[in-house]
Design a protein around this ligand. Sequence first.
Ligand code: GLY
Length: 339
Amino acid sequence: MERIVSLGARSYPLYIERGALRCLSPRVNLARKVLLVTDEGVPESLRTLVLSQCGQGFLEVLPMGEDSKSFSACERLCARMLRENFTRKDLVLALGGGVIGDLAGFAASIYMRGIDFVNLPTTTLSQIDSSVGGKTAINFCGVKNIVGAFHQPRAVFLDADALASLPERHFVNGLAEALKMGLICDPEILALFEKEDWRSHVEEIITRAVLAKADVVEADETEQGERKCLNFGHTIGHGIEAAGGLHGLLHGECVALGLLYFLEDEALKSRTLAILRRLGLPTRADVDPEKVFAALTHDKKGDATGVSVVVVDRPGHYLFRKMTYDELRARVFAGVDVP
Ligand code: GLY
């Protein structure tokens, strides 16, 4: 399937098909210098598959994890491009999860004031969410994604084969973002998760979620308004993530928990809890609420008076609500009433 994300001059195709990574060309012009950015967790076979299609490919393999979203990693990529005499006509390929996409996209956005990049996401999280929409960023001074740019990819390849070696925990982690899309825009995703054989519907779940995300991005490319709905589950979720530190829960796991705080319909909350349990996602966070609240007040989503949060009041329907920090604090401390 090919779906164009329509953003005027910045429009690009999403290719959603098994085996898509095997035939990047002619969909992408690889007859130029290509910097392939990946991490140690991505199977070597995938690296080789992609690199073998590049006329002049240069490989950068970064350590796995959030620490690679740093100025020093970005400097390493820019230095490599400079050393290899990359020009504005050359290309960055991001092969990996959200960390690699965000970092490589950011390096591509600043090298020579912007060169092409293409996303080749290899995790459920990046296929469903981070590879589409042009948000690129690194972390700085302990604040996640605080330095970044909107820089749309030239193309995104969603290849279910690339997920084959993903560990179960990471596979399920990314599905939390699909659950989020189901809750805010596409209740059919909830119904798919509720099927006994939900695993055999994962490709459909990923496709529906990413298409719904593309719709949101088209409506509001630079998050002036409606795109903020994608932050559903992320306000307290980010707080839980930051409070847990490096060895805490994964991003999607924190989002899964974060959703529960802002579901304003008991029946829908029960359905969501049942889905989380079925997927093996957490329903309780063992973190100090004081730390969660402290972390989320540093989140860039708020202003002096409070935070605009996304609440869901029925399947596929969200609304924005401004909450003072006192109200938010009360919600964090109340926790989630898990039956
Ligand atoms: N991950 C949320 C967004 O792309 O806006």
